[in-house]
Every structure is written in C-alpha cells, then in structure tokens.
Design a protein around this ligand. Sequence first.
Ligand SMILES: [Mg+2]
Length: 122
Amino acid sequence: MKAIVVDDSRAMRAIIKRALIAEGFEVCEAGNGQEALDELNKNGAPDLALVDWNMPVMTGFEFIQEVRALKQFDSMSIMMVTTETESSQVEAALEAGANEYVMKPFTPDVLQDKLLMLGLAR
Ligand SMILES: [Mg+2]
C-alpha cells in the first residue's frame, strides 16, 4: 500500500514516514497541500494521505477540501494529523472529508489502530 505524508515539518514527516514504513507502506512526502495535490495529479492517489493542519501555501484543511471536490481521488483515505490545541478543528476536518484523525505525538499502536479502522492495516 502507498501513503503520502503531508507536513511542513521535515522532522515530523520523518517520524510519520518511519511509522508507516513499519506498517508496510511505501511512502512519499509533500511539504504542503499544494505539493501534495501536484503529486496526486502527477502520479495518482495513494491509498492514504496523512495531513498536517498548519502548513504554508496550502493548509491541510484546504487540501482536504480540494481533494474531496475531485472524484478521481475518492478512494484515497485521509487522516488528519493534529495537535491537542487543534482538537477543535477535528470536526471541521471530518466534515470536509477526512476519514480519521490522529493526535500528535502518537505511538505506533495508536497509528495501527487508526489504520485498522480505515481497513489499511496489514
Ligand atoms: Mg505544520
């Protein structure tokens, strides 16, 4: 399975990427929503996108809105990656079309649970 990690923090991308590789994913990265959208348009949608909220150029929320307006990416699951202080935004993300969310910092167990809920665990 394939995933894209969308986060403006290189360190955070590395952490999430490592966790996803441990779950058997092939992972690519994007530094903001626009980069991720470009990647999807170029190489097609992966099975899963893990999306940070606060990013320059295009936020995670804007990315979800853009992607969910496009039919060709319907099959891609979206997991919002939020901090505790962004917890009030979770509802908005789910309403916009995110399938799940995970709170930073998270353990591999938590990520695995969320992947199970999305039917994406090994
Ligand atoms: Mg960020």
